[in-house]
Design a protein around this ligand. Structure first.
Ligand SMILES: [Zn+2]
Length: 688
């Protein structure tokens, strides 16, 4: 689920001395460090005495970087000094060789752990006989759980910190464009060791996130038991999880002529959840009926007047606050990103908060969105309702039925082997040269999976990327094929940006939004690959409006999430009830600014329904960012040779998202491609 900048996540703290940025003052030591300013000076003086003034900058930087993360259990001040003296590398040849060895060994560690995790999970993930109870235990077992701390204990981490520079986001953004590939690789390597989080802090985080996740994953509404105006609008047996299930049912109701009243009811259910006015007993409970009009309950199936029942009592907001408090526990250990907000933007996303907010606002306040809203209202033949933020009517209907498509796909791909052996042909049809297509196909293994499908990168050069796909006994069906082509896009990116990368430490792309961009391009060509259509202009235009509208919807959600986190840091002692009030207030404020003018109704709290706000620690901004970045990549590739361009782009590796985009498409991360495409789409498609 997480958009993660894998292994190469950032740091911040000590600076590249060479860049003239201010150093930490002597004696100003990071929280948890056991090294005094005096010990730092002593270590530095003895290194200067041994190696000379020309190494002063490197010595200053390295000693500071080690001192910041040295703990009592790592040894005394004398041990620290002895370590610095023994492990500082002045000789350039030895430094170079050490860098190469570290790169190789970190790749091996990552690679073997990847393979171990993959193989231990194979019984759960692959379609190979029965799952044993013990397989679930292995599923939860993480062989690399203690790798980070082990690298400190073995002093490998300290050797990296002593000899290679770390960086700040500001440096990466302002100076990164001028860095050599080698400098980037060094910085990514040292930045792996930006923090050292005590086990109890990690444990508290884990507990808060797991509890919130458990709360969310059992938050089910028994739809047949919701009674309004004496009517039950949903069939027996329909149980929907908040908010995904509720939202998807709401979307599905666009296809029903009388779906409107069900959509309105779902909106009311959502509003009760947000306001925590929902009776606690209604949640995940088939035994009671919920009379939503007067908010009372009865035993399921009985008639008579409902009884008032206790509300849910802000459990939703208590979980959110628990995560906030656990993250505050981490704050002291990440001094240069001392809030979750800073960690998410500066380290995970590597795009400053203000930049992200500007991108979102450019969509939210665009004339194209306003015009799309009018278009939706015309298509629906009514005024917009707030839940129309989830309008799905731009999705194209395929030229043939799903059954016909299933038959075509099943004939072509009766088995996993047949799909695997066709990969070179698929890649050639997508624009890769025959040689490159064969090379890529050789590096991708297709496995029969239990789940719908996923792509798994390899961890070592000798290993293959895995494409997992589900093929029923009577052959592949269209849905499975559509997903498999999406996953193939991920696999090709994985192979290109791994096997062909100049520095192992730069393998991969900046974050998952980038690999999704390629996966969507592959997926959007799935029918062409079957020889079925070249993509009608009308269909493409509607798909663009669909992309714009879903980005608009989720950008508002993200903005609410971001503002709530700011509010929590401003009110660290807030109670769950106060947080509830704040969230509702913020959701309405964002609605009133960016949605009310288009929908003609004010004070709607609906944007606050997203479950990942509660259990994922400000993850939601990754969705609109993902849409924006993926669209920009797709749009650029539209009129180019996919094979050549993708290979060129993937050679860039895990630099900052901004630099990656400039290298890849010659422009900054921007919503302009999406807005321009939407403008064209609005111009060419007539209102119905
Ligand atoms: Zn994907």
């Amino acid at each position: 689920m997480k958009l993660r900048i894998a292994w190469t996540m950032i740091i911040v703290m000590t600076l590249l001395a060479a860049c003239g940025t201010p150093e930490k003052k002597e004696g100003e030591i990071m929280d948890g460090s056991s090294i005094s300013g005096q010990a730092i000076s002593a270590a530095r003086d003895s290194l200067l005495a041994r190696h000379g003034e020309e190494y002063r900058d490197r010595i200053d930087r390295g000693v500071q970087q080690v001192a910041a993360l040295w703990r009592e259990e790592d040894g005394t001040a004398e041990d620290f000094q002895a370590f610095c003296l023994a492990q500082f590398i002045a000789d350039p040849d030895l430094l170079h060789a050490t860098f190469e060895r570290l790169q190789q060994n970190f790749m091996l560690l990552g690679g073997y752990f990847t393979e171990m995790r993959r193989d231990l999970n194979a019984p759960l993930q692959l379609d190979h006989g029965a799952i044993l109870p013990v397989d679930y235990l292995f599923g939860n077992f993480s062989p690399s759980a203690h790798l980070g701390e082990d690298l400190y204990r073995s002093r490998i981490a300290f050797t990296v910190l002593l000899n290679f520079p770390r960086s700040t986001l500001q440096q990466r953004l302002e100076e990164g464009g001028a860095w050599s590939r080698r400098q980037w690789a060094e910085i990514r390597m040292a930045d792996r060791f930006r923090t050292r989080v005590p086990a109890e802090v990690n444990q508290a985080l884990n507990t808060a996130y797991t509890n919130a996740d458990n709360y969310i994953s059992s938050y089910n509404i028994v739809m047949h038991n919701v009674v309004s105006g004496g009517e039950r609008l949903f069939p027996e047996g329909l149980v929907l999880i908040s908010h995904w299930g509720l939202r998807d049912e709401l979307k599905a109701q666009y296809a029903n002529a009388d779906g409107l009243k069900r959509q309105q009811l779902i909106q009311r259910i959502m509003e009760h959840i947000i306001a925590q006015e929902i009776p606690a007993e209604v949640v995940d409970n088939p035994a009671v009926d919920w009379h939503i009009d007067d908010n009372t309950i009865t035993a399921n199936g009985t008639t008579g007047k409902g009884e008032a029942a206790p509300r849910e009592d802000d459990v939703r907001y208590r979980h959110w606050l628990n995560i906030f408090q656990a993250e505050r526990g981490l704050d002291a250990h990440t001094p240069d990103s001392p809030t979750l907000i800073a960690r998410r933007f500066n380290e995970d996303r590597e795009i400053p908060e203000e930049t992200v907010e500007k991108l979102f606002v450019s969509i939210l306040s665009s004339p194209e969105v306003r015009e799309t809203a009018e278009r939706i209202s015309t298509r629906l033949g009514r005024k917009l309702e707030p839940f129309d933020i989830w309008y799905t009517g731009f999705k194209s209907k395929p030229a043939m039925t799903e059954e016909e498509l299933d038959r075509i796909v099943a004939r072509r791909y009766p088995t996993v082997e047949r799909f695997e052996s066709d990969i070179p042909n698929i890649l050639v049809r997508l624009g890769f040269s025959i040689d490159r297509a064969r090379y890529l196909a050789d590096k991708i293994t297709v496995d029969a999976s239990r789940g719908a499908g996923h792509a798994m990168a390899s961890g070592r050069l000798v290993d293959n990327a895995r494409l997992r796909t589900r093929i029923p006994a009577d052959g592949m069906n269209y849905k499975g094929y559509n997903i498999a082509i999406h996953e193939l896009g991920h696999n090709v990116e994985q192979v290109l940006s791994f096997q062909l990368m100049d520095y192992p430490g730069l393998r991969s792309v900046p974050n998952t939004a980038f690999t999704e961009g390629f996966a969507f391009v592959f997926q959007s060509r799935d029918l062409e690959l079957l020889g079925l259509r070249s993509g009608a202009q009308e269909t493409k235009s509607l798909e663009v409006l669909d992309a714009l509208w879903s980005t608009y919807e989720i950008a508002g959600v993200a903005l609410v999430d971001m503002r709530v986190w700011r509010w929590m840091y401003e009110h660290p002692d807030a109670t769950p009830a106060q947080l509830r009030e704040a969230v509702i207030g913020i959701a309405k404020e964002v609605w009133n600014t960016y949605y009310a003018p288009l929908f003609g109704v004010e004070d709607v709290p609906l944007l606050a329904i997203y479950s990942h706000m509660i259990d994922a620690g400000m993850y939601t901004p990754d969705y609109p960012l993902g849409h924006i970045i993926a669209f920009q990549i797709e749009r650029y590739l539209e009129d180019k040779n996919l094979g050549q361009e993708m290979e060129r782009m993937c050679a860039t590796g895990s630099v900052t998202p901004e630099l990656w985009m400039r290298t890849a498409v010659g422009a900054s991360i921007s919503t302009q491609p999406l807005l321009e495409a939407a403008r064209e789409a609005l111009d060419v498609t007539a209102a119905p």
